[in-house]
Write a protein that binds this ligand. Structure first.
Ligand SMILES: [Zn+2]
Length: 482
């Protein structure tokens, strides 16, 4: 029997705000050396008698994200208490949303091997993060509440994903949108995005939803992909051996690359959800939604379409350039700073620049070559001052040192020889020294001219303009026929 996976994804994204969700404690990026319990107050440590106050900026950002994900924004939403006991949760409940979330009925279109596919998003809601536990050994754990009350957005899909590739395509695109919106830095290492994958399998051609495994707390794209692939294979193997899948929560053991059962599945009623009595239902005016919609930046799909239409880029090149907003901005700045065709600029960015970034592990924000400096280099190649190979070499040096192209070309004497007088002599000399190749050429095998160009390039240490060399060679060879 053939099986197909049925996967839904929940994404928890930390929202970039100055202060926490229900108090004015600052949200500080945890770089690892932060003193524990220094960004806390009576509200986020749940002292008796305190009351939460909603951070307006969080709601604004959450609505904009919902709009970017094609969601409806219902006129009223409601906070709810999700009750459970855990030592990193001082209130013993988390303020979340349950029956009336902020955003509903959206979707995200992803690219798959068989074309575009729409992934439905059933809801996006707002909630607060918990603190963190540090297990220091010998039955002792420490709690740090710096993260308690940091705003999170939980974005939940319908079970529309059918493969690991689709899961990754969705997660990558969602991350790009969150970064475009400035909602999140998308920094996986710092826990800015966490995933939970709900995975089941069923015979191909059927449409039932079988008991699923919920794989929690996946902190990287790699863990998401590996654990999903593991679950799919493991569930199919279990069914084929005559076993049954029990609905439960799983954890991912990174070291052994296996999922492990954590506890029995909780049901919504275990959390005793009920409307948060300390907060009123939140009314969202249509005017506010319209105002936020107008403030949405250009998103990856729209930017890609514009790059294809305005810059005459291929679909593929445009996708690569819009994946990161910072890269797209960099590319457009290079185009604006020079006279080269946008397609030529795209080739330099995707080819030479991405190559150097991959080698060095640098992000676009760390690159020392400014858009103006790259435009200047491309200009030197376009006007024939240096050839394309030298240009790549110069870019390597600019990338390493942050110096400008013109300076490097002058200092190293890299300017291309286009002066025909100087080149004519070298061409004549190469032909004199290669009588056999000349007869081959005159005998009709004209492709040997490539070898001759190579000899001239060698004699000029790569500085000759190959176009000019070809013309001079052709002229002198044709002259030998008579
Ligand atoms: Zn606080």
């Amino acid at each position: 029997m053939e099986y197909e996976p049925v996967i839904g994804l929940e994404v928890h994204a930390q929202i970039h705000t100055k202060s926490k969700m229900f108090c004015s404690c600052p949200v500080v990026k945890d770089t690892g050396d932060l003193e524990p319990n220094t960004y806390v107050c009576p509200v986020c440590t749940a002292m008796p008698g305190v009351l939460p106050v909603i951070n307006r900026r969080v709601i604004e950002i959450a609505i904009m994200t919902g709009l970017a994900l094609n969601c409806e924004i219902p006129p009223v939403n409601c906070f709810a208490r999700k009750s459970y006991f855990y030592p990193d949760l001082p209130k013993n409940y988390q303020i979340s949303q349950y029956e009336l979330p902020l955003c509903v009925n959206g979707y995200l279109d992803i690219e798959t091997e068989s074309g575009p596919k729409r992934i439905r998003i059933c809801r996006a809601h707002q909630e607060e993060d918990t603190g963190k536990l540090y297990h220091v050994g010998a039955g002792v754990s420490h709690v740090d509440l710096n993260r308690a009350g940091v705003p999170l957005l939980e974005i939940v899909t319908e079970p529309d994903l059918r493969s690991v590739e689709e899961v990754l395509a969705y997660a990558t695109k969602l991350r790009a949108i969150l970064v475009y919106l400035g909602v999140s830095s998308g920094d996986m290492e710092k826990g800015m995005m966490r995933f939970e994958a709900n995975i089941s399998v069923r015979p191909v051609g059927t449409d039932q939803l079988n008991p699923r495994h919920e794989v929690k707390n996946l902190n990287s794209f790699r863990a998401l992909a590996r654990s999903t692939a593991y679950e799919i294979a493991d569930q199919i193997a279990t069914l084929e051996a005559g076993g049954a899948i029990v609905q439960q929560t799983m954890g991912w053991n990174e070291a052994q690359e296996v999922t492990v059962p954590q506890r029995g599945k909780e049901h919504a009623h275990d959390y005793r959800y009920f409307p948060e009595p300390d907060l009123p239902p939140l009314e969202i005016s249509r005017e506010w939604v319209a105002e936020l919609r107008a403030r949405l930046p250009e998103l990856p799909d729209a930017k890609k379409a514009r790059f294809v239409a305005d810059y005459e880029l291929s679909d593929y090149d445009a996708s690569l350039l819009v994946e990161e907003r910072a890269v797209a901005d960099y590319y457009e700045a290079v185009v604006a700073a020079g006279k080269a065709a946008p397609k030529t600029v795209a080739n330099w960015v995707i080819g030479a620049l991405f190559g150097l970034m991959n080698e060095s592990g640098q992000e676009i924000g760390q690159v020392q070559v400014s858009p103006e400096a790259l435009a200047e280099l491309i200009g030197l190649v376009e006007e024939g001052a240096i050839n394309a190979n030298t240009g790549k070499e110069v870019l390597g040096e600019m990338f390493a040192s942050g110096r400008r192209a013109r300076q490097i070309v002058e200092e190293r004497g890299l300017a291309q020889i286009s002066d025909t007088g100087a080149l004519e002599q070298i061409v004549a000399q190469v032909l004199d020294e290669s009588p056999d190749q000349v007869s081959t050429y005159l005998g009709g095998k004209e492709q040997i001219i490539g070898w001759m160009i190579g000899q001239v390039m060698k004699a000029t240490h790569g500085k000759a303009n190959p176009q000019v060399v070809r013309e001079l060679l052709q002229n002198q060879l044709e002259a030998k026929r008579s």
